[in-house]
Design a protein around this ligand. Structure first.
Ligand SMILES: [Zn+2]
Length: 147
């Protein structure tokens, strides 16, 4: 007998379709249910096989084709859906601050485990300045967790 999905189930599906990395707590807040409820419902949706996996949505236009790919046109069909991990993958990245595509070697700023990319030192420092509060909050939260 089919199970009936209620508004909590559909809200979870919608939330995950938009952002698969959302935490149970975040979804609970948005949906107006408790985090344990959201977790149970999520697990049910997985166990009935409706949610097969939560996977990243890739923007393959960000990938610069390697010289080998250009020679091997037969690969293009499979590569529209999948990335060939055998080849070197070059990813075009946009500057986190000015949003322009980075032409040269990107400068990085590592906050905890997350790396952000910038086109130049001034973008990097402007970004640091703009988000200082948020960065400090992240870092202090992390050090509080380590105590
Ligand atoms: Zn920039």
């Amino acid at each position: 007998m089919p199970i009936k999905l209620d508004s909590i189930d559909t809200a979870i599906l919608n939330a995950l379709s938009k952002d698969g990395r959302k935490s149970f707590r975040q979804m609970a807040r948005e949906i107006g249910a408790s985090a344990p409820t959201v977790k149970l419902r999520y697990e049910r949706l997985v166990s009935v096989g409706l949610i097969k996996s939560v996977s990243p949505v890739l923007d393959l236009s960000k990938i610069t084709r390697t010289a080998k790919d250009k020679l091997d046109n037969n690969l293009t069909k499979t590569q529209t859906n999948q990335i060939d991990l055998e080849n070197e993958i070059l990813l075009d990245v946009d500057c986190e601050y000015c949003k322009a595509q980075i032409a040269g070697k990107p400068l990085t700023l590592k906050i905890l485990e997350q790396e952000r990319f910038f086109c130049c030192t001034s973008c990097r420092s402007l970004y640091k300045e703009k988000y200082r509060g948020r960065i400090d909050a992240l870092l202090s939260k992390e050090s509080a967790n380590n105590v």
